[in-house]
Write a protein of this length. Structure first.
Ligand SMILES: Cc1cc2nc3c(=O)[nH]c(=O)nc-3n(C[C@H](O)[C@H](O)[C@H](O)COP(=O)(O)OP(=O)(O)OC[C@H]3O[C@@H](n4cnc5c(N)ncnc54)[C@H](O)[C@@H]3O)c2cc1C
Length: 473
């Protein structure tokens, strides 16, 4: 006869096995979803970064199920008086795995992830490798499925890292980066070796002189040569900017791991609205320049380019690109200076901020096209105040695209009205046509764009697509 005590034991045993299996399968799933070179990129139209929410969900599930597994086991052993078994190698390995999982969990709290990203990253890399080793030691029996799942997950992780290392090694030979300090803590990085990656996609940049053990993702403004505009944030990006200021024109050994991120085919849409905030313009300039440079394959005659920057000096980050866009009559360019609440201004782009003009002997030697910009002081943009009084933004917009010479641009004060821009794009489009909005910038800007999306979807058309790019996950 089976008593209540033995029934409870059987139940506990079943719960133990189930939670152990769920935790282990989730661990393999977490590793699979963390791959940068994921097979899902080939099978679906999504890149690895779109899988990050799933990676997080699977990660938290692994932590919770592992904890339940540990608590139920400890309770069962305590009741049976077998707690001394915790000192066996397999159980010590399991305990270390649990602690490592908890550490990863703690490191994901938003404060640590945002403010101490380098710490978060180091904990993630070291602890995930440790977890795979100790889980293998926890259940080392090769006749059981546990070790097979663990070895499979470890192989996936190893292969992904090997592919990344291979890409970095291939692009390291003979590759140099020229740095140019730009106003407001930005740095333009121009690489010597061209890349076959699509402009607007992102790449991981390795600059060993700045940070030997770190690579960081940046969006390619162009790929031939590869160019990035990097805004100072913290460790790596601030050190990069400081280096560009301290050693103007000096080139650095570097490498690139490119080809990440999936972009929609903007050129197949009839109307395109591109919205960027700050350094998010790396993405929208890449897309707009691609549309402008390939007019034959582009079906859109209505391209609106909106860029919001804090102040006038930041406009010089993309001086050459802006000038190129202004030459294309299909593209309406609208610049918003958010710190300026008063009047619109006309900014001349005919200054001395030219590309392809070697600035120093070092950069001349490596023949890299870099900016001739004084790193010490913000570029003084030639400016004429249109009016001291308030200017109607709609009129100013018309002024921007019609009246002023193509070597100058009107900058509107304050933030752009994103809902109005998006809705008028849809309102003014033939219902049988296709429109797309591409946006990249700070979280607040992307939230506004996403919350306006539902207002742009009309039952009677036009077909509406939204693509947003964030600079974090
Ligand atoms: C797909 C993508 C494209 C990007 N493109 C650009 C760009 O074109 N121009 C630009 O100025 N910035 C871009 N960024 C942001 C840039 O990667 C970070 O600002 C930079 O890595 C910060 O590093 P840090 O050492 O200065 O600061 P940290 O303190 O190390 O990081 C600050 C924040 O940057 C993010 N971050 C840092 N390292 C990474 C990493 N390896 N992977 C993902 N996120 C990270 C984290 O959210 C962190 O909270 C992009 C980010 C992503 C994810």
């Amino acid at each position: 006869m089976v008593g209540p005590a033995s029934e409870a034991r059987v139940l506990r045993q079943a719960l133990n096995e189930k939670t152990a299996k769920v935790a282990l399968c989730n661990l393999a799933f977490v590793i699979f979803l963390s791959l940068k070179n994921t097979p899902l990129a080939f099978l679906s139209a999504s890149s690895y970064e779109t899988l990050m929410p799933l990676h997080k969900a699977a990660g938290y599930t692994t932590i919770v199920t592992s904890l339940v597994h540990a608590v139920v086991y400890l309770d069962a052993w305590a009741q049976a008086g077998h707690l001394h078994e915790m000192l066996e190698t397999a159980q010590i390995a399991g305990t270390i795995g649990g602690i490592a999982l908890l550490l990863i969990g703690v490191s994901t709290v938003p404060y640590i992830r945002r403010q101490r990203y380098e710490l978060f990253y180091v904990i993630h890399v070291i602890m995930s490798a440790l977890i795979l080793i100790v889980v293998g030691l926890h259940r080392p029996d090769f006749s059981k499925s546990a070790i097979i799942i663990t070895v499979f997950a470890a192989s996936l992780s190893f292969m992904d890292r090997a592919i990344r290392l291979y890409k970095f090694s291939c692009n390291f030979m003979g590759n140099h980066a020229a740095l140019a300090a730009l106003p407001n803590g930005a740095t333009r990085v121009t690489l010597r070796q061209s890349s076959d990656a699509t402009p607007g996609s992102h790449a991981f940049l390795w600059l060993p002189v700045i940070r030997f053990a770190e690579t960081h993702p940046f969006t390619l403004v162009s790929s031939n040569p590869p160019e990035f505009v990097v805004q100072s944030c913290d460790g790596f990006t601030s050190a990069l900017h400081q280096y560009a200021k301290d050693f103007p024109g000096k080139t650095l050994r570097c490498s690139l791991n490119s080809g990440y991120g999936k972009l929609p085919e903007f050129k197949t849409y009839d109307s395109v609205l591109l919205i960027a905030g700050g350094s998010g313009a790396s993405f929208t300039f890449a897309v707009a320049l691609d549309l402008s440079r390939n007019p034959d394959s582009c079906s859109s005659n209505n391209i609106t380019f909106v860029w919001a920057v804090r102040d006038q000096a930041s406009i010089s980050w993309f001086y050459a690109e802006l000038r190129e866009l202004l030459l294309d009559p299909r593209i309406k360019v609208m610049i918003h200076i958010t710190d300026n609440v008063g009047s619109s201004t006309v900014i001349s782009l005919s200054g001395s901020f030219e590309k392809d003009s070697p600035a120093t002997t070092e950069s001349s030697r490596t023949s890299l096209p870099i900016m001739s910009v004084d790193p010490e002081k913000a570029i003084e943009l030639e400016q004429t105040t249109m009016s001291e009084s308030h200017v109607d933004p709609e009129k100013a917009m018309a002024y921007a695209v019609e009246d002023i010479p193509r070597s100058a641009i009107a900058a509107l004060p304050g933030r752009p009205s994103i809902p109005a821009l998006m809705e008028s794009l849809v309102d003014n489009c033939d219902p049988r046509k296709r429109v797309i909005v591409g946006a990249c910038g700070p979280e607040g800007l992307l939230e506004t764009v996403k919350s306006t999306e539902s207002r742009c979807i009309r039952p009677d058309g036009p077909s509406f697509t939204l693509h947003t790019e964030g600079f974090g996950w």
